[in-house]
Design a protein around this ligand. Sequence first.
Ligand code: NAD
Ligand code: MG
Length: 398
Amino acid sequence: MGITVLGATGSIGVSTLDVISRNRDRYHVVALTANKEVDRLAEQCLEHRPRFAVMADEQAAEQLRCRLQATAPDIEVLCGSEALVTAAGLDDVDCVMAGIVGAAGLLPTLEAARKGKPVLLANKEALVMSGELFMRQVRDGHAELLPVDSEHNAVFQCMPDGFVPGSGQPEGVTGILLTASGGPFRTTPLDQLFNITPEQACSHPNWNMGRKISVDSATMMNKGLEVIEACWLFCVPESLVEVVIHPQSVIHSMVQYRDGSVLAQLGNPDMRTPIAHALSWPRRIDAGSEALDMFKIGRLDFEPPDVHRFPCLRLAQEAWRAGGTASTILNAANEVAVEAFLERRLAFPAIPEIIESTLSKMTVRNADSFEVILEDDALARDCANELVGGVEYRRNCS
Ligand code: NAD
Ligand code: MG
């Protein structure tokens, strides 16, 4: 099976390549893509020998060509967003891992869906920013959408036999319980959140992830985006998606049924498990993850989320209820605010403030074309950037 890994150098990309390495009899890499990490992509190219490697810009592509000239001159190095789209839609690609972070992953992921490739969806932002059109593209392209996000993969595993993501509300399901670790600041005194550094926000207690999703986990915007993701994938109203804080991250999510049954998927917090599941579905392959030891875990705890501590969760739920481009605006403003926080231009508690202000300043429109979605994405970014630059948000966060 030929695979394109979009975002190969990231946390999801590296885990995907690890699973592929363990199952070389089944999978080979056709294309690898990355933003600017030339060294890592060069190493991955030498190990996996794709036909294509794609970098975001010409400068990075030229550096990669130089690196590969002597040892792997047969690998064609391309650059830019059109090349990303090409890599996702190649004829000899049987499956695409959508592992780019943020809105940058939208177009290649859509291309994979348009070409009817199975899409292994990690890039939740693409779905959040354009859910209705994204799901339509999946249906029109007769593509298979396989959730990689650990919670959604868990829910998918607990769904009735034959359930297809995006195909309508599953029979007998009365609720989805999305688990959340609560991130690194679940119990931090609220008055200390002001001084949180990017390093602290990026050290998640259970998962080792990219910087953007780590900050999203710390604000719980990640769970907010995941509520929206669940509504699209599993075709349930938002009122049926409940967030449950479960600090051990052993239960990855649960599905409640009409007869009182609750099905859960458990495992160690290791993304190779949902990646391997999505890659090989409906079969099972070796993921390299450690077997779960219930005695070592000992106990499982649950509590409701603290809505005052985590306003991002409420903002995401409100955006979903508002419909139209509200989720597009939410996602764009969040990407801007998180980047500003990571660059120490914004205090941690100002992230939800920027998002809420952006939402209040913009007019939500019908999300009925990609032009409108991309326009509102750009407008929201401008608006959020302006707010970040505003004096009232420029707090001492160094
Ligand atoms: P990461 O930052 O580690 O990696 C991101 C990848 O995207 C890198 O390969 C980078 O080069 C590429 N990229 C970034 N900007 C780009 C651009 N403008 N153009 C082209 N490529 C670009 O992120 P990650 O943690 O691997 O997360 C990837 C996606 O998977 C995110 O949407 C995240 O929400 C989702 N996800 C991640 C995890 C996890 O455990 N890491 C779990 C669930 C979902
Ligand atoms: Mg998740």
